[in-house]
Design a protein around this ligand. Structure first.
Ligand code: HEM
Length: 228
């Protein structure tokens, strides 16, 4: 009985977290688009435009804060989701899709935060990126090509801001939303399968086999989930 209760709690918690992940991603994408109206992706210009957004644009500061909170918050929520899904693991197709998609989502969200490092053209972002580019350059075979793709060749310039801005706002944000939808979809399918399974088991135990033991219920549940 306790196992059933914990399974239910983990499953429901995972679905609620999946809804939060999608909501935060949509919130970040929406505020990101609002920022893009005034943001200038260039060396120096990025800093000035973000300062203008915060001081001149109505609710600009709020939009920036919401984008920061949603963008960083989604990393925390997806890390919690990985743990919750692991604790409530089921070994069904829908669980596996949810599990793999949340891992990809977390990596994608970390990449979004990473590509945003230089978008504000701050001292901290500039020096952090310089150090991290050296690490990237040290990757065997592909290191220097990867560095050139990210920076646009050479040092950290306007081309770097443009490249990272394009990766951040067009590629990674679109894939984040696509993965968040896949993840939630998988968990909703899991919810439906488990509810159906529980109803089937209740029907079996209340009619033909009143003395069904927990082991028998578990083995029935395994057969049922394997069929789905
Ligand atoms: C799922 C969607 C998105 C996520 C999760 C996300 C995440 C982030 C994160 C974590 C930051 C760094 C905030 C900080 O700590 O300072 C950031 C900054 C930024 N993002 Fe996004 N972002 C998303 C979509 C977009 C889109 C669609 C655009 C533009 C079209 C965009 C434009 C920007 C800009 C201009 C900044 C720099 C703003 C600042 O430093 O305050 N983002 N984003």
């Amino acid at each position: 009985m306790n196992t059933e209760k914990y399974e239910f709690i983990f499953r429901r918690l995972a679905t609620i977290l999946a809804v939060s992940i999608l909501t935060l991603s949509l919130g970040a994408a929406f505020t990101g688009i609002l920022l893009a109206f005034y943001y200038e992706p260039s060396a120096g210009g990025a800093y000035e435009s973000l300062k203008n957004i915060a001081t001149e644009v109505p609710n600009g500061s709020l939009i920036r804060d919401v984008h920061d909170i949603a963008g960083n918050g989604v990393i925390v929520v997806s890390l919690i989701e990985i743990v919750v899904m692991f604790l409530g693991r089921k070994f069904t197709k829908s669980w596996l899709t949810g599990w793999i998609s949340v891992i990809f989502f977390t990596l994608n969200a970390i990449a979004l935060a990473w590509t945003a490092m230089i978008l504000d053209w701050s001292q901290l972002g500039y020096w952090r990126l310089s150090i991290e580019l050296q690490t990237i350059e040290a990757i065997p075979f592909i290191g220097s090509q990867l560095r050139d793709i990210l920076t646009g060749g050479g040092g950290i310039t306007t081309a770097t801001v443009e490249h990272l801005y394009t990766i951040h706002s067009y590629i990674l944000s679109v894939s984040a939303i696509a993965i968040a939808i896949t993840h939630l979809g998988a968990l909703l399918v899991q919810e439906r399968q488990q509810t159906r399974l529980q109803m089937e088991l209740k029907a079996i135990s209340s009619t033909s086999e009143p003395d069904l033991t927990q082991a028998e219920i578990d083995s029935n549940s395994l057969t049922f989930t394997n069929k789905n």
